[in-house]
Design a protein around this ligand. Structure first.
Ligand code: SAJ
Length: 435
């Protein structure tokens, strides 16, 4: 482990999930003394035993560093830190209003266990204005002055769950970051800290609000691009044009085009959530993001659209969807993670059950939610399949295997199966915008 000249600097990370745990490991790897705080005692015990509480390749490759994190659910450890980094979830409620409770409780813990002059960095995704209008008042109430008793900065997280240096090339150690802060000293301190743990540019923004805006803009950009191709998929399906081929064709243009792909829906704790931050915040300031809202409506419609495709195929087979065993292959929101948050699979299962189908769930990453002990058992139990998550482990399945187990119809929710081979075997096939 490389000794870092700032070894005396002690860092505390609040929230040891997909964002906080890789960050804590990376900070240990760069020679800092790190306290990891989380309310979840089971998670703390796992980390203390050197086990990762969830599957993440970045962590798997640095397992030996887990036990070097001083993991604790005792908030007094925060008093020992010079830098406290907040990585707690910021979900939205059923009306898509941002829920800041976890963030506010984390800041209240910091205040209760404060050490004079700490740098507090918020990594959780928040909309413009939250640091100054929600968090700083908490410090003011405790008579703490920013720039003297504490320094506040925002460095929005940019992790890629499920992708690692091998497969995707990006992880917490090499993704460029932006930082905004309320004071010059806080900005400099935060920039120096992040530059010491990340091998990529760290951009200082003009204000904390600009940094807050970056993350919601990045992820809204992704959401609207996915909505664009999802709408194309629905339209091209009616014109018998294979949208995946067209996107791959358009992507040969070496500039001014960025490929996104239609699917059974948009899941995860970032993309389907962050645009609502912007929509809500802008509404409070008298602006309606019609475009962002309609993109969200299009993406939210994809799970039901996917189930309708399955219903059509079963009708073609004169199989009533009622009591037909429909397998949902993959439950997590994207490949190679065990994360169900906002997963389209949840909505697809709901829609199938509303139609009376007998749902067989299977995800090797989430055995506890599976109705089959393995793939063979899953295929045996299913008459038709909706392919929801293209885990690497599924890529080896040959179309003949579906035939062997008598699968009658497949809706390829991630457009990643070999449609021609499947159709040649006499299995009904629909993709999202391809047939
Ligand atoms: N999806 C599509 N079509 C696409 C891309 C994604 O339907 O073309 C779906 C995925 O299946 C998934 C959802 O959208 O259900 C989100 O996918 P994602 O690849 O964006 O995965 P996330 O949620 O892990 O997004 C994170 C984000 N990172 C941060 O917020 C720091 C996002 O900004 C990254 O672009 C993304 O990882 C990434 O590229 O891996």
């Amino acid at each position: 482990m490389q000794k870092n000249k700032k070894y005396s600097k002690v860092v505390a990370v609040i929230g040891l999930g997909y964002v906080g745990l890789p960050l804590a490991i990376r900070t240990v790897e760069k020679g800092y003394k790190v306290f990891g705080f989380d309310l979840d005692k089971k998670k703390i015990q796992a980390i203390q035993k050197g086990q990762s509480p969830f599957k993440e390749e970045f962590i798997e490759k640095r397992k030996s560093l887990l036990s070097k994190i001083n993991a604790s659910s005792d908030p007094t450890v925060l008093q020992k830190a010079d830098i406290v980094i907040v990585c707690v979830p910021t979900p939205v409620d059923e009306k898509f209003y941002p829920i800041f409770k976890p963030l506010i409780s984390a800041v209240e813990l910091i205040i209760k266990n404060k050490k004079a002059g700490q740098l507090i960095v918020i990594e959780s995704t928040i909309n413009p204005g939250v640091c100054e209008e929600v968090l700083m008042p908490l410090f003011q109430k405790a008579k703490l002055i920013e720039g003297k008793d504490y320094f506040l900065a925002h460095c929005p997280e940019r992790i890629n769950p499920g992708k690692d240096a091998i497969s995707h090339g990006y992880n917490v150690s090499n993704i460029a970051r932006v930082i905004g802060a309320s004071s010059k000293k806080g900005l400099l301190w935060a920039k120096n800290f992040y530059q010491s743990i990340i091998d990529a540019p760290i951009k200082a923004m003009g204000s904390i609000k600009e940094a807050e805006a970056c993350k919601v803009v990045e992820n809204s950009f992704r959401d609207i691009n996915i909505a664009f191709v999802n709408e194309l998929a629905k339209s091209f399906a009616k014109m018998d044009i294979d949208v995946k081929n067209v996107i791959e064709g358009a992507a040969t243009k070496p500039f001014a085009f960025m490929a996104h792909y239609p699917s059974r829906g948009v899941g995860g704790h970032c993309i389907p959530v962050d645009p609502y931050y912007l929509i809500e915040r802008a509404k409070q300031n008298g602006f309606d993001h019609k475009f962002l809202r309609s993109a969200r409506e299009i993406n939210n419609s994809m799970p039901a659209y996917t189930v309708e495709l399955m219903h059509d195929l079963l009708n073609e087979l004169k199989l009533p969807i009622k009591s037909t065993a429909v397998g949902v292959m993959g439950l997590s929101y994207k490949a190679n993670v065990d994360d169900l948050r906002e997963s389209p699979a949840v909505k697809i299962i709901e829609e199938l059950e509303n139609k009376g189908a007998r749902v067989i769930r299977f995800d090797p990453f989430i055995p506890s939610m599976s109705d089959a002990k393995n793939l063979e058992d899953f295929l045996k139990k299913s008459t038709a399949i909706i392919f929801v998550t293209n885990h690497k482990v599924f890529s080896a399945i040959k179309p003949q295997t579906f035939k062997k187990f008598g699968i009658r119809a497949i809706v390829d929710g991630v457009n990643s199966l070999d449609k021609e081979k499947i159709k040649k075997l006499g299995i009904k096939y629909r993709g999202i915008g391809r047939r």
